[in-house]
Design a protein around this ligand. Structure first.
Ligand code: GUN
Ligand code: ZN
Length: 433
């Protein structure tokens, strides 16, 4: 067992909602192994009260620092590391001109391993400790990523992209083989250490009906694997889906018809939905990965926060690198704030900093079906956390020193923060007995 003394930021209560944010100015975080040796939070709270309960426990004192839950990125593409910042007129030309040619390189296991290593280091440098990520369509790219994640003990959910049509040679896969490969990868990786498999149909236009049907059948056979895809991101994409499925009620309903909406299914973007779609997400327990830097960069549109909250489906934040422009959760939270301001009609919404923070930690964990496992510092959670240094830059130091409330402090961190604010990322280790 070991303890850390610092300011602590987390969410309390059984639901750990955004409103239940706690800031413990002089706090103590006690971590220690569970029965299996995995490091978990054992206790969290006020230093003076807790320290007395653990006499003799080694304490690392971090004055002036804030310990907060590791961030949860609900949607990211590891083979798009080098696609960041590729301008295009919109999603479809961006895919065709930059993304597909780039992803073709991931047929090479050596290249995949090299990118996977950099990718995971970059997640950690930015304080991201859980990620749901696309690999490429090549099984070798999945193996390379899981091998690296296993080495760093990262909680990583990932899958081989399914794309058997409307895609060029080099990334297009073959229907039957793609499903066999997916099942073999589930059996090899799902539930190994902290790794989880995600069945990954790229999006409706790139998957034949047979491939989507096969993906749905696998999802039924493996009910605790994740599903990840894209939906309702861009006007041209939506028009294309309408041509492909003229009888479908909506783009989202195509996934429903193939058995691909359920808890642990996560759809990136969810911008151009109607209320029936939102009800379908809610009623099936399907989650949305809100990707604001990507949606601003590719001019895809604005996630409708007000309608989402009215409907009550689960959502959380995501970088969507390489459509997204940054690995930093602070950049993503700030972009989400802009989306709230600009995208919700004349009045605009002012998302509270605690809501933004929740959407990237405990709220995202809940949307992934990992409530109480990651994204928070409540007792029982896996001990993944970040140590923030609010003095990391002169301007951060100046601004945070003047914060008169928790809201002002969090807002300063979100607006001015980046990887420099993350002094350290601590990953829950499993001790070898
Ligand atoms: N839709 C299908 N593939 C992709 C992708 O790689 N990125 C984004 N943003 N949207 C997609
Ligand atoms: Zn994406």
């Amino acid at each position: 067992m070991k303890a850390y003394r610092a300011s602590l930021l987390y969410f309390s209560g059984p639901q750990a909602a955004a409103e239940q944010i706690v800031f413990e100015k002089d706090g103590l975080l006690v971590v220690g192994p569970d029965d299996t040796g995995r490091q978990r939070v054992q206790a969290v709270g006020d230093y003076a009260r807790l320290a007395a309960l653990y006499p003799g426990l080694p304490v690392e004192h971090l004055p002036g620092r804030i310990i907060a839950p590791g961030f949860v990125d609900m949607h990211i593409h590891y083979p798009q590391l080098d696609v960041i910042g590729s301008p295009a007129d919109g999603l479809l030309p961006w895919l065709e001109n930059y993304t597909f040619p780039h992803e073709a390189r991931f047929c090479d296991p050596g290249y995949s391993a090299q990118v996977a290593e950099f990718f995971i280091a970059e997640l950690l440098r930015n304080g991201v400790t859980t990620a749901l990520t696309f690999a490429s369509s090549h099984p070798a790219s999945v193996n390379a990523l899981f091998e690296q994640a296993q080495k760093s003990s990262l909680r990583l959910l990932a899958g081989k992209v399914l794309m058997d049509q409307n895609a060029p040679d080099g990334v297009r896969d073959e229907t039957q083989q793609s499903l066999l490969d997916t099942e073999a990868l589930i059996q090899r990786w799902h539930g190994v250490d902290r790794l989880g498999y995600a069945i990954t149909p790229r999006f409706v236009p790139s998957c034949s009906a047979a491939q989507l049907r096969g993906a749905g059948e696998l999802a039924a056979r493996y009910p605790d694997v994740w599903i990840q895809s894209h939906v309702a991101e861009n006007a041209d994409e939506i028009a294309w889906v309408r041509q492909l499925y003229p009888k479908a009620r909506s783009y989202l309903s195509v996934y429903q018809d193939f058995g691909l909406l359920r808890p642990r299914a996560v759809y990136a973007h969810c911008i151009h939905l109607d209320d029936a779609d939102r009800a379908l997400l809610r009623d099936t327990g399907t989650a949305a990965a809100v990707s604001p830097t990507s949606n601003l960069f590719l001019a895809s549109g604005f996630f409708d926060y007000a309608s989402a909250d009215r409907s009550g489906f689960m959502y959380g934040l995501a970088s969507d690198v390489g459509g997204g422009t940054s690995f930093s959760p602070f950049h993503t939270m700030l972009a989400a704030y802009y989306v709230g301001r600009q995208g919700q009609g004349k009045q605009g919404l002012s998302l509270k900093p605690q809501q933004l923070w929740w959407q990237h930690t405990a709220g995202a964990a809940r949307a992934l079906g990992l409530h109480g496992v990651v994204g928070n510092l409540q007792p029982g959670c896996e001990a993944d956390f970040v140590v923030l240094n609010p003095q990391a830059t002169p301007l951060l130091a100046r601004k945070t020193a003047q914060a008169g409330s928790l809201e002002e402090l969090l807002f300063a961190l979100i607006v001015l923060g980046d990887d420099r604010l993350i002094e350290k990322t601590v990953i829950s280790q499993a001790q070898i007995a």
